[in-house]
Design a protein around this ligand. Sequence first.
Ligand code: KIV
Length: 310
Amino acid sequence: MKLHEVAGSGMLTKKWQIYYILGLFIFSTFAMCLINNVTMNTFKNLPKITTHVLQEMKQKGEKIAMLTGYDFSMATLLDEAGIDVILVGDSASNVMAGHKTTLPITLDQMIYHASSVMRAVERALVVVDLPFGSYQGNSKEALSSAIRIMKESGANAIKLEGGAEILESVNRILSAGIPVIGHLGLTPQSINKFGTYVVRATDKGEAEKLKQDAKLLEEAGCFGIVLEKIPAVLAGEVTRSIGIPTIGIGAGSEVDGQVLVLHDMLGINQDFSPRFLRRYNNLHDSMIQSFDTYIKDVKAVDFPNKNEQY
Ligand code: KIV
């Protein structure tokens, strides 16, 4: 009897030991999954970026990170990385379609790019450029172009280039409930007027007009202003003089955020090297290397091998 009890309690202890180890294993696996999930999707779990969030970021002094994006795959990566704003820029005309300027891209093409981006994005605010010729005619045309973008792509906001000269259109679009971000300084849609992509507003007159335009856009109700290729000191003055965020590209560090063209910052384009551009990768070389190896493998009948076929 005694022996049986002892043997029984021994069995029980062993059983509990197994349960304990099993429990520990299940718990640690679950905890690891949770940690991985949290760290991998940190940004996805944060609330959606809205124009109000950008305003709060300016107030808190938290910088806004914006990059351009034109397609589903890249937008998926941008959103996963935690970018605040994706700009479906009309620079798609250059980097996606191979045009020399931003002028040829059409409203339909912008909507195509914006829709592709919107299918990928959960968190970032998506802003779409109104392309050249879709808003300069009159404010009615500007509004119908903006409405098409919002309706057909599901984007969150639109961007227009210019100040006083497009104010009527800005007002009309805003009164339809469409958030607008302005764009001052170097405005590439006016390249034929400027004749060159050099730094803008270096003289007093142009700097003064830029400051006035920034005020006008803020008073109209724009949620921000992109400042492109202007002196850093001027960009700082504008940023301090208005309550809405400024996003700089080639405008120094005294702005509320930065934007770069995706293909430029990834180093896909090798022939565009303005001083303001920082390259975060050299995808040109690594992609050429991959293509080169693939071509060699195909020619040598090395690809596919036995494990890569059915
Ligand atoms: O189209 C674009 O990419 C832009 C950025 C340069 C600001 O407008």
